[in-house]
Design a protein around this ligand. Structure first.
Ligand SMILES: [Zn+2]
Length: 160
């Protein structure tokens, strides 16, 4: 699942709570990938990261990039974020759900070194999922779901 689809799901979750939070929902749903993208480009170059995202690739980035990826793709981090948002402003805790939706959706759709270690650093437990670079149906299966989600969200606005 790419950052684009994560953003669409996160935006939908935030919009359902408060339409004014749509773009924050998009941002928080993409957020777990941002450190990987920035560090990946820094250490491997833009071409390598784009190619890897679209076609998959060897796991040959520096180990610290994977560690940062594991930290940002963990429910432990999500709970810390939830706590910080709760203390800051209770109305913002939906953004931690947007963040967590990213991790929930990554668990079944990532494999190899990018398998989601969702309890990191307590545990390295992970499953080898159906990555969209190897299983193209994942790409095509998710857009009808996203369409239905947004249809339900905007149904009342469309007068249906
Ligand atoms: Zn991710």
């Amino acid at each position: 699942m790419t950052s684009f689809e994560h953003g669409l799901y996160g935006g939908a979750i935030a919009y359902a709570v408060s339409p004014s939070m749509f773009w924050w929902g998009v941002f928080f749903a993409i957020a777990p990938d941002i450190p990987y993208i920035v560090l990946g480009i820094y250490s491997g170059g833009l071409n390598k990261i784009v190619k890897r995202t679209l076609k998959g690739g060897k796991d040959d980035l520096p180990e610290y990039v994977y560690k940062v990826y594991d930290v940002t793709h963990s429910f432990i981090t999500t709970f810390i974020l939830l706590f910080v948002l709760y203390v800051f402003d209770k109305n913002l805790i939906v953004l931690s759900i947007c963040y967590g939706s990213h991790i929930v959706l990554d668990i079944p759709f990532h494999d190899s070194r990018f398998s989601t270690r969702f309890l990191y650093p307590i545990s390295n437990f992970h499953i080898s999922g159906y990555s969209e670079t190897k299983h193209k149906w994942v790409i095509f299966a998710q857009y009808p779901i996203i369409f239905v989600v947004y249809f339900l969200l905007f149904r009342s606005k469309l007068g249906l």
